[in-house]
Design a protein around this ligand. Structure first.
Ligand code: FES
Ligand code: FES
Length: 156
């Protein structure tokens, strides 16, 4: 077991973890943050996307011990004072989801995209989300949601 300490959604947490434990397992199984989901075992789907020190990562591709000392933000840390994050609001407004399984990862990736490029073109949005798969929507309304969030002032 290895001792790790990190900040998750604004709270400092410390735990003993097995060195082989994935960050996504740690978030879900140790912290109960089941908003971050597992959609594959091949690192392809992006459903597990969170922010690690401000940048998006696939949390199934990161060991929990690699997050020692880091700041992690999950979909569950986005709501402030009961208000949806602007990108969550844009997905709601533009119907950017159906079953919702891909949505936590899509939103975390979209925020990272908008932080890097507040006014992306449609092509840049599609490129920025290419690591996140959706089986339901055909992506059209997801792209519209990101464009809407951009028009509303980006990810802030
Ligand atoms: S669970 Fe599919 S990329 Fe992480
Ligand atoms: S909304 Fe169902 S997988 Fe994207």
């Amino acid at each position: 077991m290895t001792r790790i300490s990190l900040t998750v959604d604004g709270s400092l947490v410390s735990d003993d973890v097995e060195p082989r434990m994935l960050l996504v397992q740690y978030l879900r199984e140790k912290l109960g943050k089941t908003g971050t989901v597992i959609g594959c075992d091949t690192s392809n789907c992006g459903a597990c996307t969170v922010h690690l020190n401000g940048r998006s990562v696939k949390s199934c591709n990161v060991l929990a011990v690699q997050a020692d000392g880091a700041e992690v933000l999950t979909i569950e840390g986005l709501v402030t004072d009961g208000e949806l994050h602007p990108v969550q609001e844009a997905f709601r407004e533009c119907h950017g989801l159906q079953c919702g399984f891909c949505t936590p990862g899509m939103i975390m990736q979209s925020i990272d995209l908008l932080n890097e490029n507040p006014s992306p073109t449609e092509e840049e949005i599609r490129l920025g989300l290419e690591g996140n798969l959706c089986r339901c929507t055909g992506y059209h309304n997801i792209v519209k949601a990101v464009q809407h969030a951009s028009a509303q002032g980006g990810a802030q």
